[in-house]
Design a protein around this ligand. Structure first.
Ligand SMILES: [Zn+2]
Length: 437
């Protein structure tokens, strides 16, 4: 499909300019900025039939927002939509883990894959074309359950390869390991996985757990992405040891740490030192505001902490930090729809990022930054790169964040992948008027 779209705004490149983007055989062949609108041929349509059947056309984007295909760098596809089979009465992380583990023994292959597919395709419809999913790898349940999530995630990864990229990161179990645990881990590491995950801070012996995780990653030459210090306790600081191991193993740029809730609880001096050490080790970071707003601060009374890491300080220190969905409709987080724009808005609330200069940063936290953290070769929108983008029905970034419009069209792999349209009909003074919605 060859086409040209004029008059789109690409706020990750520049907030004010209008761009002309030309696409040939699935690649961007030309990208030209203009200070004001140019003449188009036909108003951009979100109707799938029109999008799919039109070739060699000059669409007029009329100032709508175009974003690079969004990157959800931290999801749990295997757990998504299990809320109705796994309760969490206390709303704590520990009950969520226990409840999910118990329920997981009764899941079938079909159920797990169906839930993963639903979440992944839902995310795609919102404009996410890359997902990194953490997958439970619990060695202390029946062997079939241990491997089910990974087998299903790898099947789904292959099934959806033509429309989106899915990276599979099994979470290593809690330490200490038995010989049987190690045998299962070795078997898992030989599967077609993309990296190694885990949550060492929950282990009985977190530092030993981190040692072993690094050894496995190095042995199999896999990057690491770890749930880190998801706790309100300022004394929990395993990120310092992760930074140390990263340097020792020459893993700079290959380690991502997620959550970092305790960093928010630490006193200023210590937090500063931790951020400095993270920077020296070239760690990437991910904040997960939805799940942490829900799970953290459960022991607090009076003013309840929000559990969100120091996003602004990390950004200012130059630590690449993305924001991501984490859990969707499960005991860890009962809400959500896998829409990164919604998550970016939530990040704006929780990290106090809403000023004129902050909005493009929020957009980068769901596009360029997670693209870098997930090792995507192509980042953003540029000449010569694969055309991978979403056009959203808003003509300014302010409206984008105010409305989170659902009307979106997603392009990738040389074709329109999915479009969603919503519209409102108003009855005003006896006549029906159409409004965007
Ligand atoms: Zn997570």
């Amino acid at each position: 499909m060859n086409m040209k779209i004029v008059n789109v705004k690409i706020p990750t490149l520049d907030k004010e300019l209008f761009y002309t983007i030309s696409i040939k055989d699935g690649s961007v062949v030309e990208l030209v900025p203009h200070p004001s609108k140019v003449k188009g041929e036909r108003a951009f349509s979100y109707l799938q039939e029109e999008l799919m059947t039109t070739n060699d056309i000059v669409w007029d984007g009329e100032g709508r927002i175009l974003l690079p295909g969004m990157v959800d760098a931290h999801m749990h596809l295997d757990k998504s939509h299990t809320l109705f089979v796994a309760e969490n009465k206390s709303g704590t992380l520990l009950e969520a883990i226990e409840s999910y583990t118990k329920a997981s023994e009764s899941f079938t292959d079909e159920q797990v894959k169906e839930r993963m597919r639903k979440t992944a395709l839902g995310a795609l419809a919102h404009g996410t074309t890359t997902i990194r999913t953490h997958i439970d790898f619990n060695t202390r349940v029946q062997e079939e359950t241990t491997f089910r999530g990974i087998r299903m995630a790898l099947e789904l990864k292959r099934e959806l390869a033509s429309v989106m990229t899915i990276q599979v990161y099994p979470m290593l179990p809690y330490y200490p390991y038995t010989d049987l645990d190690r045998t299962k881990i070795e078997k898992m590491l030989k599967m077609d996985i993309d990296g190694v995950g885990g949550a060492p801070h929950i282990s009985e012996k977190p530092l030993e757990c981190i040692d072993e995780i690094f050894s496995y990653a190095k042995q199999h030459n896999l990057p690491l992405d770890l749930h880190t210090d998801e706790s309100d306790d300022p004394a929990v600081d395993t990120v310092l040891y992760i930074a140390e191991k990263t340097k020792q193993f020459h893993y700079q740029g290959k380690v991502v740490v997620d959550h970092l809730c305790s960093l928010a609880a630490m006193e200023e001096q210590k937090a500063k030192m931790v951020i400095e050490e993270m920077k020296k080790a070239h760690l990437g970071a991910i904040t997960l505001p939805a799940a942490n707003l829900y799970l953290q601060g459960r022991g607090d009374t009076g003013i309840i902490r929000r559990g969100i890491t120091r996003v602004r300080e990390l950004l200012e220190a130059g630590v690449p930090i993305a924001t991501a969905s984490d859990n969707v409709c499960d005991p860890f987080h009962p809400f959500g729809r896998g829409d990164l724009l919604q998550i970016a808005q939530l990040t704006g609330y929780t990290a106090h990022l809403g000023g004129k200069e902050d909005i493009p940063t929020l957009l980068k936290m769901i596009t360029d930054i997670p693209a870098k953290l997930t090792g995507k070769q192509e980042k953003g929108i540029a000449t010569g790169q694969q055309a991978d983008f979403v056009i959203i029905d808003a003509t300014s970034v302010e409206r984008l964040f105010a409305e989170l419009p659902q009307t979106r069209a997603v392009f990738g792999g040389g074709r329109w992948l999915v479009s969603t349209t919503t519209s409102r009909h108003y009855e005003v003074n006896g006549s029906i008027q159409l409004g965007r919605g």
